[in-house]
Design a protein. Structure first.
Length: 114
C-alpha cells in the first residue's frame, strides 16, 4: 500500500506564493510519474503539473511560467512552487503518483484572495 501525504496549502493574497509538498510512503520499489491535480469550486478535477521519474515535466497552460514542479527521488517527494497566484488558482490540490496503479493524496486547500 502507498500513502501520499500533502502539505503546504493555505490562504494567500493574489500575487503571493505557496509551496506544496507531497511525500510518498509505504511499499515502494519505484515510483513513476508524480504530480498534482486540482479541483476548484464547481469545477472538474484538472491537471496542474506532472513529472516523470527522469524529470520530464508537463504543465497546464494556465500555470505555465508561474508554477514549478520538482522531484526528489531519494525522498519520494514532489514539490510544487506556486508563484504569482491568482484567485482562479483557488482549489483543492491533490497529489498523485503511479506506483503500479494510480494513488491520490487527501487533498490540500489553496485559497487565493483578491
Amino acid at each position: 500500500q502507498v500513502r501520499l501525504v500533502e502539505s503546504g496549502g493555505g490562504l494567500v493574497q493574489a500575487g503571493g506564493s505557496l509551496r506544496l509538498s507531497c511525500a510518498a510512503s509505504g511499499t515502494i520499489l519505484s515510483i513513476g510519474t508524480m504530480g498534482w491535480y486540482r479541483q476548484g469550486p464547481g469545477k472538474q478535477r484538472e491537471l496542474v503539473a506532472t513529472v516523470t521519474r527522469v524529470g520530464s515535466t508537463t504543465y497546464a497552460d494556465s500555470v505555465k511560467g508561474r508554477f514549478t514542479l520538482s522531484r526528489d527521488n531519494a525522498k519520494n517527494t514532489v514539490y510544487l512552487q506556486m508563484n504569482s497566484l491568482r484567485p482562479e488558482d483557488t482549489a483543492v490540490y491533490y497529489c498523485h503518483a503511479i506506483v503500479g496503479q494510480y494513488y491520490w493524496g487527501q487533498g490540500t486547500q489553496v485559497t487565493v484572495s483578491s
